[in-house]
Ligand binder design. Structure first.
Ligand code: NAP
Ligand code: MG
Length: 477
C-alpha cells in the first residue's frame, strides 16, 4: 500500500467529519480510517473512525428531529426523497466513480448497478411515501401506521449505496429519523449521500452519518438505548449478536444476512441459458452478492455438459477487465482459503484456482473459479464464500434437487429454470427461500427482498420494506 494519493477524477472527496444534525462536525476522537482503492491498493482518502461519543451525538440529533419529521405530511417527505433522487441522478457519474474507487467495481458495472439501482429504489420510496395508506378503518377503529422512531442503520460494503438507500429511503418515507454507520471499506459514497440529502434541505438531524469500525461505532449504535430499530445488513455472525442485543432491549430489528442460493436447472430447461446467466449472476460484483446463485444444480444426465458450459463462460471473466478485485486483502485471503478447502474436500477445479491471476501488478484479484464434483455437504457448498466461486452439484431427480436446494442454513434467493413454467413455479414454491427468479425473471426493485431461515429477519424494498419502519396504533370510537 502506498499513499496518500490525490482523488481520482469524479470521486467524492473524503470528509474528515461526521454528518450530524445537518452539519459536518469534527469527530470526538483522533482515530482515522484509510479508504483504499482495491484496484490500485492506494489510499484515496481518510474518514473519522467514530466512537461512542459521535454515535451518541448523532442519536441525540435524530431523537430531537423525530417529532417534527414524524409530523411532516408523507407527501412532503416523499417530495424531499424525489428531490434527492433528482440530485442522485445528476451526480450519477460521481456515484459510479466513487463506488468504483472504494469497492473496485469495474466502471460499467458501477454505473449500471451501483449508481442506477439506488436511484430507482429512491424513486420507488418517493412515490410510496405519497401513495401509501398510513391510515385504515377496522370496524369502530381507526388504525394509524406511525414511524417506529430513531433507526440505527448498519450497512456492508458490497452494494454500498444500494444497501444504505434500501434502509434510509423507507425509514425517511415512514417518518423515522436515521443514524447510519456505513462499512469501513466504503464510507465515501455514504458521505456523498449525506451531502445530497443536505443539499435537498432535509431538516437537520433527520439523517446522520457516523463513519467508523463495526465493533466500535457499529456496536455503540446497535446497543444505544435511544435507538428504536436496528437495521443491519452483513454477515450472519454479526447479525446474530445484533439480534440478541436487540431482543434483550426489546427493540425492533431487521437483519439482512448471508446466502448460499441454489440455481436449479430442471431436466428439459434451456441448459446453456441457465448456466450462462447463472455464471453471470455469481461473477457480477466479483461474487460479492448476498443473493448470488452460488450453487448450480443439474441433473446427472446433463451434468457434464453443464460443467463444460460453465468452464467456457468463466473464461470470459477476465480479472482486471470484466471481473474486478474483491474489496480488500482480508477478503481475498478468505476466498482463496475456501478455494483451497474445496480442493482438500475432493472437489474438482475446472476453471480458476487459488493462485493470483497472472499479469496484474496490483489489486485484490481472484481467478473466476468453478468447482465440479461438489457434494452438498462440502464447506464450499454450505458456506458463503463471497467471491467469484461457483459450485456445480449433480442431482438424481427433482426430490433430490429440492433436498439439496433446501439443505443449507440459508434461504435468501434462488433460481429455477424449466421448460414448463408451471412446474418451475411449483418447484420454487417448495424452496425455503425469500426470492426465486423463474427462467431468468429480472430483478424487481419493488419486490420484497429478504431471507428465510438464517438469511435474516424482515424484508426490504417496496411496500413491505416500508412497513418495517412503521408501527400501528388503534383508536376506538
Ligand atoms: P460484517 O462485519 O458483518 O459487516 C457489516 C457491517 O456491520 C459493517 O458496517 C461492519 O463494520 C459492521 N459491524 C461489524 N462488526 C460489528 C459489531 N460487532 N457491531 C455492529 N456492527 C458491526 O461483514 P464483513 O466483515 O464486512 O464481511 C464478512 C462476511 O460477511 C463476508 O465475507 C460475507 O460472507 C458476509 N457479508 C454478507 C453481506 C450481505 O449482504 N449479506 C454483506 C457483506 C458481507 P465494518 O465495516 O467496520 O466491518
Ligand atoms: Mg467486518
Amino acid at each position: 500500500m502506498s499513499g496518500p494519493a490525490t482523488g481520482a477524477a469524479g470521486v467524492f472527496q473524503a470528509r474528515d467529519a461526521h454528518y450530524i444534525d445537518g452539519k459536518w462536525r469534527p469527530a470526538a476522537g483522533e482515530e482515522r480510517i484509510d479508504v483504499v482503492n482495491p484496484t490500485t491498493e492506494q489510499i484515496i482518502g481518510q474518514v473519522p473512525a467514530g466512537d461512542a461519543r459521535d454515535v451518541d451525538a448523532a442519536v441525540r440529533a435524530a431523537r430531537a428531529a423525530l417529532p417534527g419529521w414524524a409530523a411532516t405530511a408523507p407527501a412532503e417527505r416523499g417530495a424531499l426523497l424525489a428531490a434527492a433522487r433528482e440530485l442522485m441522478s445528476a451526480r450519477r457519474a460521481e456515484i459510479a466513480a466513487t463506488v468504483s474507487a472504494e469497492l473496485g467495481a469495474p466502471p460499467a458495472f458501477a454505473a449500471a448497478v451501483h449508481a442506477n439501482l439506488p436511484i430507482s429504489v429512491m424513486r420507488s420510496f418517493a412515490t410510496l411515501a405519497a401513495e401509501y395508506e398510513f391510515e385504515e378503518r377496522v370496524g369502530n377503529s381507526r388504525v394509524f401506521q406511525e414511524p417506529v422512531g430513531v433507526v440505527g442503520a448498519i450497512t456492508p460494503w458490497n452494494y454500498p449505496l444500494h444497501q444504505i438507500v434500501a434502509k434510509a429511503a423507507p425509514a425517511l418515507a415512514a417518518g423515522c429519523t436515521v443514524v447510519l454507520k456505513p462499512a469501513e471499506d466504503t464510507p465515501l459514497v455514504a458521505q456523498l449521500l449525506a451531502a445530497i440529502l443536505d443539499e435537498v434541505g432535509l431538516p437537520a438531524g433527520v439523517f446522520n452519518v457516523v463513519t467508523g469500525l463495526g465493533p466500535v461505532a457499529g456496536q455503540a449504535l446497535a446497543e444505544h438505548p435511544d435507538v428504536d430499530l436496528v437495521s443491519f445488513t452483513g454477515s450472519t455472525a454479526v447479525g446474530r449478536r445484533i439480534g440478541a442485543a436487540a431482543g434483550a432491549a426489546v427493540k425492533r430489528v431487521a437483519l439482512e444476512l448471508g446466502g448460499k442460493s441454489a440455481n436449479v436447472v430442471l431436466p428439459g430447461a434451456d441448459l446453456a441459458k441457465a448456466v450462462n446467466v447463472g455464471i453471470a449472476n455469481v461473477f457480477a460484483n466479483s461474487g460479492q452478492t448476498c443473493s448470488a446463485w452460488t450453487r448450480i444444480l443439474v441433473d446427472a444426465e446433463r451434468y457434464d455438459e453443464a460443467v463444460g458450459i460453465a468452464t467456457e463462460a468463466a473464461a470470459k471473466y477476465l480479472p482486471g477487465q470484466r471481473l474486478g478485485p474483491v474489496v480488500n486483502a482480508k477478503q481475498r485471503e478468505r476466498v482463496r482459503g475456501y478455494i483451497r478447502r474445496g480442493v482438500e474436500e475432493g472437489a474438482r477445479i475446472v476453471a480458476g484456482g487459488p493462485e493470483a491471476p497472472e499479469g496484474l501488478g496490483t489489486g485484490y484479484y481472484i481467478q473466476p473459479t468453478v468447482f465440479a464434483d461438489v457434494r452438498p455437504e462440502m464447506a464450499i457448498a454450505q458456506e458463503e464464500i463471497f467471491g467469484p466461486v461457483v459450485v456445480l452439484i449433480r442431482y438424481e431427480d427433482e426430490e433430490d434437487a429440492l433436498r439439496i436446494a433446501n439443505g443449507t442454513v440459508y434461504g435468501l434467493a434462488g433460481a429455477v429454470w424449466g421448460a414448463d413454467e408451471d412446474a418451475a413455479v411449483a418447484f420454487a414454491r417448495r424452496m425455503e427461500t425469500g426470492q426465486v427468479d423463474i427462467n431468468g425473471g429480472r430483478f424487481n426493485p419493488q419486490a420484497p427482498f429478504g431471507g428465510y431461515k438464517q438469511s435474516g429477519v424482515g424484508r426490504e424494498l417496496g411496500a413491505h420494506g416500508l412497513a418495517e419502519y412503521l408501527q400501528t396504533k388503534s383508536l376506538q370510537f
